[in-house]
Design a protein around this ligand. Structure first.
Ligand code: G6P
Length: 367
């Protein structure tokens, strides 16, 4: 058992440590010098240009990867993207217009709702791209084309490395579409490729700083509620950070778009409530800092996850975790690492079954 876990106490920790390699394995076959080559897309440049809209459908963490994907694809490739939960999509009589590329994201490739969404959209005439981890799984077999995430087998119920690879697949897709659609310059694209290549070592560095998060987590083992707030891509990170915490530690947690705080959530803030604020988007720093001040003046303890060099954050945070520099589209890949570690150490500290949390399954193949 110990050998299977590569000397780690849990599969989740082992899999978090495998992220640098998994990320590299996912992007490197698709980088050919200064070009992004995704042969398995099965799409010529004309095919790419004929895509008018994308729909991303998934469950759980794969859905959260999709939410990030929306920001990246819309921002970089200027293409409209809709994201939906598979269990919602499949029962809402969705509209599929001509030129819609359907993207189903799934680690296992067996999630019942995601598979049903795939079948439904194909029957409505959509072309389906699967972003899947398990080779030969049902979603991989039934999609028109499959882009594999090369994370390798994932055992812990709470996904870490597969989620990280889904993000990479979406970045690659965005870069490819952006290049063909002419929404990035060659120089910008080169910059993105350089940033992409640096992610594995940056993730490694964040993993090596785990003791700092562990120390912080042990102070919050008795927390009742935790709120994660962010804007834009940072909202997408918050969704996943909150899920990691609640699924393995059984602490109630919620993610909120920070601008929504004033429409309800702020009434839940009490003396000592932990608020994790994610602020990696420089153009939104000031907005986030105002939200952090708002919760702090109501007694919240604010943990901030932000970019190195954000000097102002200290004004509004009690504890700060810095992530190394990358471009604004890729920050999720770095900011999620301390949040994964936070959930993990709370779970370990509370003595929970980290790899097999109660009531949850790795793959939900029945409804
Ligand atoms: C389960 C797992 C989650 C996962 C979700 C979707 O709920 O516990 O970690 O994100 O299913 O699974 P999939 O295999 O489709 O990515």
């Amino acid at each position: 058992d110990a050998a299977e876990k590569g000397g780690c106490e849990h599969f989740m920790l082992k899999e978090m440590y495998e992220q640098p390699k998994a990320i590299t394995d996912t992007f490197s076959p698709r980088l050919k010098g200064k070009e992004i080559v995704i042969e398995e897309l099965g799409m010529s440049d004309e095919d790419i240009l004929s895509v008018k809209k994308m729909m991303i459908v998934a469950c759980g963490s794969a859905y959260h990867a999709g939410v990030t994907g929306k920001y990246v694809l819309e921002g970089m490739a200027r293409i409209p993207v809709e994201v939906d939960l598979a269990s919602e999509y499949r029962y809402r009589d969705p509209l599929i217009e001509e030129g819609t590329l359907m993207i189903i994201i799934s680690q296992s490739g067996e999630t019942a709702d995601s598979l049903a969404a795939l079948r439904d959209s194909r029957s409505r005439g959509a072309k389906v791209l699967g972003i899947v981890n398990v080779v030969g799984s049902s979603i991989a077999r039934e999609a028109d084309n499959v882009m594999y995430t090369w994370a390798g087998p994932e055992i812990a119920v709470a996904t870490t490395k597969a989620y990280s690879c889904q993000l990479i697949a979406l970045y690659l897709l965005a870069m490819k579409f952006a290049k063909v659609r002419g929404t990035v310059t060659d120089q910008e694209l080169e910059g993105y490729i350089e940033d992409l290549k640096r992610i594995p070592e940056q993730v490694e560095m964040l993993l090596n700083n785990k003791n700092r998060i562990q120390k912080f987590a042990t102070r919050y083992l008795a927390a009742r509620d935790v709120f994660f707030i962010g804007r834009g891509i940072d909202y997408a990170i918050s969704l996943e950070g909150s899920l990691k915490l609640k699924e393995i530690s059984y602490i109630h947690s919620e993610a909120y778009a920070a601008g929504e705080l004033k429409h309800g959530t702020i009434s839940l803030i009490e003396e000592g409530t932990l608020v994790a604020a994610v602020l990696t988007q420089e153009k939104l720093y000031q907005k986030m800092i105002s939200n952090m001040v708002e919760v702090r003046t109501r007694g919240a303890f604010v943990l901030a996850v932000t970019n190195e060099g954000n000097g102002e954050v200290k004004r509004a945070a009690d504890y700060v975790i810095y992530i190394p520099e990358t471009n604004p589209y890729f920050t999720n890949s770095l900011a999620i690492i301390p949040l994964q570690l936070f959930g993990y150490y709370i779970s370990v500290g509370k003595g929970c079954d980290v790899d097999k949390p109660r009531n949850l399954a790795k793959s939900v193949t029945v409804e």
